[in-house]
Design a protein around this ligand. Structure first.
Ligand code: HEM
Ligand SMILES: *[C@@H]1O[C@H](CO)[C@@H](O)[C@H](O)[C@H]1NC(C)=O
Ligand SMILES: CC(=O)N[C@H]1CO[C@H](CO)[C@@H](O)[C@@H]1O
Length: 343
């Protein structure tokens, strides 16, 4: 090795560059970090993995129907902050305020975390120390989407769990309903997602709910006028929301289904609701008001097959966003703690 690096003084700069380039290519080839996610990653080491996850999520979803939406949102938040590396599952401690405790975390804890912990426990019994929490979260999300009526897609495996989870890394990486459409598009585009993919992924709001605080400014004293609501809301829907949220300031847990027509079913009704003024979040309503996103809303509203196809592709893409492999991560023993903290 030493002799390769010792360059004779006569050697021209471009030769040196050439030597170094070859050396880097050779080193990259023997280094395992270069490998890719594969469908059969655990075939030898944990053949029952997919079956165990499937059973765990079915059992949990039947007992707690809010699990599917909670898990899908958890997955989205995990992937958009530090990549899909289960960083969102880590608990805070005295030394570190973790990602899950950022102020955007409303509704994140609960069933989503619980179903992953359960699956991890069952998997550790069958094949200890093998399967990453990031892979479990990816498969569980896909299975839950399928279970509530959404499309199936393939999930490649081999993610490692991240070594960083920090509340301070959340801001700016996740969209908020108060953002303009340009700001939301920019967050997705920075991460390599097109406007079309952004609209398709937003279709996840066909399940689950939002807390009243997330849309209160649209239904109470809109624009500073007493009793006024956002005029883009259907008037009867606005009144229903005002009634449903009356005491939300005293009780911050008050919430309403995102897709009021078919809240528990993964379908394209969410997109059909938008032009009717039946969207809770200002950002969702915005999808049908902006010329860049409206054509996709109309296509998905008219054609569920088109929505499912685009959603499945976009989820597959999301599930490999920023994944860590090889020594860039670890297989956590507990999904809520880095291995350096467990004994
Ligand atoms: C496009 C920008 C987006 C914005 C501004 C946004 C914002 C929100 C907000 C404010 C909530 C309500 C949270 C609460 O009150 O607890 C929510 C819920 C939800 N979001 Fe998004 N979101 C976006 C995109 C996405 C994407 C891409 C996905 C997944 C692929 C997703 C999945 C969900 C799910 C499933 C829920 C329901 C959670 C539950 O019921 O527990 N969202 N979103
Ligand atoms: C719906 O979308 C699918 C998938 O893109 C396409 O093959 C089909 O022709 C569309 N159907 C209609 C009625 O436009
Ligand atoms: C349940 C939970 O973890 N909630 C946290 C969400 O974030 C706020 C603000 O950072 C914390 O105070 C909560 O404890």
């Amino acid at each position: 090795m030493g002799s390769i690096l010792k360059v004779p003084p006569s050697l021209h700069h471009s030769h040196l560059f050439f030597f170094l380039a070859i050396l880097i290519i050779l080193l990259a080839r023997i280094h395992p970090c270069n490998s890719k996610l594969t469908l059969d990653y655990y075939q030898q080491t944990c053949p029952k993995l997919e079956q165990i996850i499937q059973e765990t999520v079915m059992d949990k979803q039947i007992k707690s129907p809010t699990t599917a939406a909670g898990t899908v949102r958890l997955f989205f938040h995990d992937c958009f902050v530090e990549g899909c590396d289960a960083s969102v599952l880590v608990s805070s401690n005295n030394f570190n305020k973790a990602e899950r405790d950022a102020d955007i975390n409303l509704s994140l804890p609960g069933d989503g975390f619980d179903v992953i912990v359960r699956a991890k426990t069952a998997i550790e019994l069958a094949c200890p120390g093998i399967v990453s929490c990031a892979d479990i979260l990816s498969i569980a999300t896909r299975d839950l989407i399928t279970m509530v009526g959404g499309p199936y897609y393939k999930v490649r495996l081999g993610r490692k769990d991240g070594l960083v989870s920090s509340a301070s890394h959340v801001e700016g990486n996740l969209p908020r309903p108060t953002m303009t459409m340009s700001q939301i598009i920019s967050i997705f585009q920075t991460k390599g997602f097109t406007i079309r993919e952004m609209v398709a992924l937003s279709g996840a709001h066909t399940i689950g709910f939002s807390h009243c605080t997330e849309f209160a400014s649209r239904i109470y004293n809109y624009g500073g006028k007493a009793g006024a609501h956002d005029p883009s809301l259907d008037p009867r829907f606005a009144q229903g929301l005002q009634n449903a949220c009356t005491t939300y300031q005293k009780d911050p847990s008050m919430s309403v289904f995102n897709d009021i027509i078919s809240p528990g079913k993964f379908d394209n009704i969410f997109f059909q609701n938008l032009p009717k003024g039946l969207a809770l979040l200002a950002s969702d309503q915005g999808l049908v008001a902006d010329a860049r996103t409206k054509p996709f809303v109309e296509m998905y509203a008219a054609n569920q097959t088109a929505f499912f196809q685009d959603f499945a592709h976009a989820m597959e893409k999301l599930s490999i966003y920023g994944v860590k492999m090889g020594r860039k991560g670890e297989v956590r023993r507990r999904c809520d703690q880095f291995n350096s903290l467990t004994v």
